[in-house]
Design a protein around this ligand. Structure first.
Ligand SMILES: *Cc1c(COP(=O)(O)O)cnc(C)c1O
Length: 372
């Protein structure tokens, strides 16, 4: 699905030097690389505070802790997403309130959010799925003047620009109350292990998140709140510092792959190519097709026989997972239910070669012609 090896080979000299420097310094925790990466990312995102942490799931958890969400508080979340988003809500004793997604962008549906808001709603977590933003303008307008926080799950969309109707452009993750991201190796900005970060423009919230990520510590051995231990280590920060200046180029390369797939599949009735939201620049973490009347398993098997990987993100919605079974299992989520049965993601990455992609396209079309 991704070619991390080829990307490493392209940046090897720079990355090896950066990692070896950390090893020579023996500053493995904190230190100048973590600080430097934090500042580089703040500048790139145009956000006041970046708080690095151990992974994207921790980032979501720390955000909810820093916002003082308490057991019984309701947090609205799309049911069509990776499990991490809802997991931390439940782990903190909060109540996940699941809603359906938009049938074009596959991101949280604003009308469903409106219907789900109750006096107990304390936060909404839009997930910028597959690499483009949810309707953030609508969402920010909806919570204006209320005490409902917006926590952006930006694990799949780092680097995406969001254009507001008044002409203002803001990076994804820097729009809501607080944003969270993951540097898992296959994410658009991936390190060589686990990593994550939070972003916010709110000074108090940033201090609190920073304190929580470090055992609730305000000064050494002084613990003001109950926190956790969630750090980005210096080797990961060094890798990320090398990669960050390439992030826009990575997105351009991914978009070029997406453009070519779009053009190749444009005339095929059984395939719906990704709909691009006007406001948000798609960074194509995934290239996900919706199949109409095509046997998805058949296509997946046919591609596998031809040594082409493909993935289903996501086959089971959160509300149907055993872990969350008592929350919303009896409700209806028609868009999510349809997507879980019909989506399939094709390989997309920064190192895709023309003949590789031509081969994938040729095999998808061959399947449509024979099976469809
Ligand atoms: C990857 C991902 C996460 C979790 O990130 P980790 O670093 O793996 O903990 C959370 N939400 C979404 C939407 C993701 O894709």
């Amino acid at each position: 699905m991704v070619d991390l090896q080829a990307q490493y080979q392209r940046l090897k000299t720079e990355i090896d030097t950066a990692v070896l420097d950390v090893m020579a310094s023996t500053r493995f925790i904190g230190g100048p690389e973590v600080d430097g990466f934090r500042k580089d990312l703040e500048a790139y995102l145009g956000v006041k505070h970046v708080i690095p942490c151990a992974n994207g799931t921790d980032a979501l958890q720390i955000a909810m802790m820093a916002l003082d969400l308490k057991p019984g508080d309701e947090v609205i979340v799309p049911t069509f997403t990776y499990v991490a988003t809802a997991e931390v809500i439940a782990l903190l004793g909060l109540t996940p309130v699941m809603v359906d997604v938009d049938d074009e962008t596959f991101c949280i549906d604003l009308n469903q959010v409106k219907a789900a808001i109750s006096p107990k709603t304390k936060a909404i977590v839009p997930v910028h799925l597959y690499g483009q933003c949810a309707d953030m303008e609508g969402l920010m307008k909806l919570v204006e003047g209320t005490d409902i926080h917006v926590i952006e799950d930006n694990a799949q969309a780092i680097g995406s620009d969001y254009h507001f109707s008044n002409g203002r452009t803001v990076k994804s993750g820097a729009i809501g109350t607080i944003g969270c991201t993951s540097f898992f190796p296959s994410k658009n900005l991936g390190c060589f292990g686990d990593g994550g970060a939070l972003f916010t423009n709110d000074d108090d919230l940033a201090n609190k998140a920073k304190m929580i990520a470090s055992h609730g510590q305000s000064r050494q051995y002084v613990h003001d709140v109950v926190g956790c231990n969630s750090r980005l280590d210096a080797i990961q920060a060094a890798v990320l510092r090398v990669k960050l200046p390439h992030l826009d180029d990575f997105a351009m390369r991914r978009r070029a792959v997406a453009d070519k797939y779009d053009a190749a599949f444009a005339g095929i009735d059984q395939i719906t190519t990704p709909v691009r939201n006007k406001r948000s620049v798609h960074v194509f973490h995934q290239y996900t097709l919706m199949l109409n009347g095509l046997d998805r398993n058949g296509l997946k098997d046919f591609l596998a026989e031809n040594e082409i990987p493909s993935m289903i993100y996501y086959p089971i919605p959160l509300h149907e997972q055993k872990a969350f079974a008592d929350s919303d299992s009896d409700r209806d989520f028609p868009v999510t239910q349809k997507l879980c049965k019909s989506v399939i993601s094709l390989p997309i990455h920064t190192e895709m070669e023309e003949d590789q992609q031509n081969y994938i396209i040729e095999k998808v079309i061959e399947y449509v012609r024979t099976a469809g």
